[in-house]
Design a protein around this ligand. Sequence first.
Ligand code: TYD
Length: 212
Amino acid sequence: MAKIGRFITFEGGEGTGKSTQAKRLAAALEARKISCLVTREPGGSPGAEEIRSLVLKGDPARWNPLTEALLFYAARADHTERKIKPALADGKWVICDRYSDSSYAYQGGGRGLARETVRRIEAIAINDFKPELTLILDLPVEIGLKRSIARQGNIETRFEEMDVAFHERMRKTFLDIARRHPDRCVVIDAGQDIDAVADAVWHTVKTRFRLK
Ligand code: TYD
């Protein structure tokens, strides 16, 4: 039987450097002849990219928390079935910039949707499909927001515009998730320089998957 790939996610707040680290990890794996797919949420498949602009643009109050969670999971269901699972079945390692933990942290912790509600939507939308390893890049909220607001020309700012208390609740939820799922999650200090974060990520992945 063909070898099934591994599924790794990056999570964390605004401006924590997830996408840079996802690319760095893929390059390190590719250098060891491990073929990777780097993808992101919301989005990653054509249908999910269309939903992306609905959730990331416009007024912060545009959606109520339940509708917002349903939209994120509608995008995730499409992305999972059409892109992530086929790549894994093809033996690729899939590295995803945000996945289901972001819905617990943003729609749950941040926007106040009950965890049980998110869990029930997750069960229906992706049948509780989970990454094998989740790297949570952690950074004080003010530093992360400053970094991400400095990005030029970004119009996908619905969540960045939410207040600092929202972002603090979101950060706390990610740390709670890490405590509740120590087998799957590793918290990495994203306040270090980019190379030090990449080293910490690589050390974690190498150990977890027993790579040489
Ligand atoms: P993006 O521009 O990709 O930012 P980042 O670099 O911070 O990932 O925007 C994604 C935004 O969507 C981010 O603010 C977090 C939010 N989000 C949710 O609220 N719920 C989710 O399930 C996901 C995947 C993202």
